[in-house]
Design a protein around this ligand. Structure first.
Ligand code: CP
Ligand code: NVA
Length: 330
């Protein structure tokens, strides 16, 4: 269905294509667990370009490719000519001649769009400042596993509503007919233009998209609570103070979870600032005098949190993207 197609942003996908990827992910996950996985990518060569750090996305592409019989090259932020001596357009044409597929994680969405235009092989967006589309497949597979469906599921995303996660969850929710709420200060709602595009999709699927700065309106009786870091990779360290002031009222803590549906779950794309016992985030906590940020340790470690199941699903969903775009229907 999507053989040879790029995976650059969810706006480029129809509900049917998106649901096809979710079904394929579930199948590949089952096959792997049962020891019956077939290799659909034998002999394929894949290059992974990372201009920003990664644990989950890089490892999901590497293990997914290896499980499927493909070979991988990793290109990190230094050590290649990319973006320094050589333009992205030229890089695309060079790598497109060597490889069957290209993953890119970096800053501008425009960069991955140029790669996609000129490579001549499928290009996959592993995160840009604007979108993180592979993450959404893992999130929605996790929700579907829990509730058995996506249509009509109530989801509240708390925090920075205009970062790559807020933007991508909104488009994903529109594609599958969810009842989705961005719960954030008004100036951190997604850009008007993107909201308009999401609403156009929602009209065709029956999705409900709500934007509210009221915590109570946002999370009451919701099935899924989702949050992300308050300052994303590539943003200025200097904005921490302002973000903490704005977003502390939207922290996911036990009071928030108490307002949700009985069977609700907590999701986070990770990495998360939550563990006061480790050095992660300690410098920020000390500097700004707060102990906890987007999610409390209590919620993160609590019974509603299924973030590590969600993280594992990055592998199965990223594998599905590679198989669907390189091997086609299986
Ligand atoms: N969620 C996610 O993309 O994690 P990484 O930054 O570790 O890839
Ligand atoms: N918004 C976060 C997501 C990390 C997976 C970031 O871009 O840093």
């Amino acid at each position: 269905m999507i053989k040879n197609k790029n995976f650059l942003k969810l706006l480029d996908y129809t509900p049917e294509e998106f649901n096809y990827l979710l079904d394929l992910s579930a199948k590949l996950k089952k096959d792997k667990k049962e020891g019956t996985e077939k290799k659909y990518l034998s002999g394929k060569n894949i290059v992974l370009i990372f201009e920003k750090d990664s644990t989950r996305t890089r490892c999901a592409f590497e293990v997914g490719a290896m499980d499927q019989g493909a070979n991988i090259t990793y290109l990190g932020p230094s050590g290649s000519q990319i973006g320094k001596k050589e333009s992205i357009k030229d890089t695309a044409r060079v790598l497109g001649g060597f490889y069957d597929g290209i993953q890119y994680r970096g800053y501008a969405q425009e960069t991955v769009e140029i790669l996609g235009e000129f490579a001549g092989v499928p290009v996959w967006n592993g995160l840009t400042d604007e979108f993180h589309p592979t993450q959404i497949l893992a999130d929605f597979l996790t929700i579907k596993e829990k509730f058995g469906k996506l249509e009509g599921i109530k989801m509240a995303y708390l925090g920075d509503g205009r970062n790559n996660m807020g933007n991508s969850l909104m488009i994903g929710a529109a594609l599958v007919g969810m009842d989705f709420k961005i719960v954030a200060p008004k100036d951190l709602f997604p850009e008007e233009e993107l909201i308009k595009k999401a609403q156009e999709i929602a009209e065709t699927t029956g999705a409900q998209l709500t934007f509210t700065d009221s915590l109570e309106e946002g999370v009451s009786d919701t099935d899924v609570v989702y949050t992300d870091v308050w300052v994303s990779m590539g943003e200025e360290e200097g904005i921490w103070k302002e973000r903490i002031e704005k977003l502390l009222p939207y922290q996911v803590n036990s009071n928030v979870m108490d307002m949700t549906a009985k069977n609700s779950i907590f999701l986070h794309c990770l990495p998360a600032f939550h563990d006061q016992k480790t050095v992660v985030g300690k410098d920020i906590w000390e500097k700004f005098g707060i102990q906890e940020m987007e999610v409390t340790d209590e919620v993160f470690e609590g019974s509603k949190s299924i973030v590590f199941k969600q993280a594992e699903n990055r592998l199965h969903t990223i594998k599905a993207i590679m198989v669907a775009t390189l091997a086609g229907e299986i």
